[in-house]
Design a protein around this ligand. Structure first.
Ligand code: AMP
Ligand code: ZN
Length: 112
């Protein structure tokens, strides 16, 4: 499958891995938008949040259950933001569902 993030999971494209288990993979964003910017993805190729179903939502639940551990390991003790961009209007540029974990500074709200 011609998917950038599936290739990162497979090690065909290099990344700086932050966390991995049987279900999810987390790595540093190549173009960080905050001092800490981690991308967390399920290993299953789910195209976007709009493709989450009763059958695959367990992987997403597992992903969220690991966010405190990943955030803690990255030193995000003062809070952080979890972002999912979905579809064209949402600003999604890679068609494999992913969650941005952002922190390390006060983040503006609302986003643009
Ligand atoms: P989005 O715009 O929400 O689809 O997020 C895609 C993210 O993937 C962006 O923040 C990119 O900087 C990031 N990205 C793209 N290519 C790579 C790569 N090879 N390694 C790490 N992060 C990447
Ligand atoms: Zn994929």
């Amino acid at each position: 499958m011609d998917c950038l993030f599936c290739k990162i999971i497979a090690g065909e494209i290099p990344s700086t891995k932050v966390y991995e288990d049987d279900v999810i993979f987390a790595f540093l964003d190549i173009d960080p938008k905050a001092p800490e910017h981690i991308v967390i993805i399920p290993k299953a190729h789910i195209p976007s949040a709009d493709a989450v179903t009763a059958d695959n939502c367990g992987d997403i639940g597992h992903l969220f259950s690991k966010i405190p551990e990943i955030a803690g390991a990255r030193g995000l003790t003062n809070g952080y933001r979890v972002v999912n961009n979905c579809g064209e209007d949402g600003g999604q540029t890679v068609g494999h569902i992913h969650f941005h974990l952002l922190g390390g500074r006060q983040l503006a709200w609302p986003p643009g």
